[in-house]
Design a protein around this ligand. Structure first.
Ligand SMILES: [Fe+2]
Length: 202
């Protein structure tokens, strides 16, 4: 089911990284009430930003392809650069692997009703994603992308592969917002001067 919802995982060149990426999504979904990636709502964080259409699978597949495109562009323009393609693509595939936990309805209820007891959230998806990556035996460098692609990366030096995924992820949301794909009242954090274009009706 993971590969059905996220077929780009098959493009990860290293067989062990590829298998463990599938295990990471499988384990993470099993820690939640969601059966599959395409059951998770298409939000950046719960409630903000909110994508008007599609599922979480649309976002993670888009970031995977976007990160791949950014890296290919630089590799073509500057062949001397060194990119670890296995780490980059496994990291792009796993950057939001913690979202089943952060979006899980039972967890959200727990955090709404007793935040003083549990925290709210107990862990953001980036931190839970790091835990998932390490639990299934993915390398530190992939776990680093899961935790560093989001706010947590503002407080550390991030790897080149993590920077590519951060830019792909943040850029994906900013472009989606300006094209009118994000609910306007949830797009505040995506850029101060975003002009939202209305969607066509078809
Ligand atoms: Fe993301």
């Amino acid at each position: 089911m993971v590969l059905e919802d996220f077929p780009e995982i098959a493009e990860i060149p290293d067989p062990e990284l590829r298998t463990k990426t599938i295990e990471a999504w499988t384990y993470s979904l099993c820690c939640s009430g969601f059966e599959r990636l395409s059951d998770i709502p298409p939000h950046g964080n719960p409630g903000s930003p909110v994508l008007k259409r599609g599922t979480q699978a649309v976002h993670v597949r888009g970031v995977f392809r976007y990160a791949n495109a950014i890296a290919r562009e630089f590799q073509a323009a500057y062949p001397a650069i060194a990119i670890d393609w296995g780490i980059l693509l496994a990291g792009a595939a796993c950057h939001d692997v913690g979202k089943p936990y952060e979006f899980d309805p039972d967890n959200r209820r727990r955090w709404e009703t007793s935040p003083a007891q549990s925290g709210s959230p107990t862990f953001r998806h980036s931190v839970f994603g790091m835990h998932v990556c390490l639990t299934v035996g993915l390398p530190d460098e992939v776990a680093h992308i899961a935790v560093g692609h989001s706010f947590e990366g503002n407080h550390t030096g991030v790897s080149s592969e993590c920077m590519i995924v951060r830019q792909a992820d943040h850029g994906w949301w900013q472009v989606a917002a300006t094209l009118g794909l994000v609910e306007a009242d949830t797009a505040g954090g995506l850029g101060a001067n975003l002009t939202m274009r209305p969607l066509r009706s078809n």
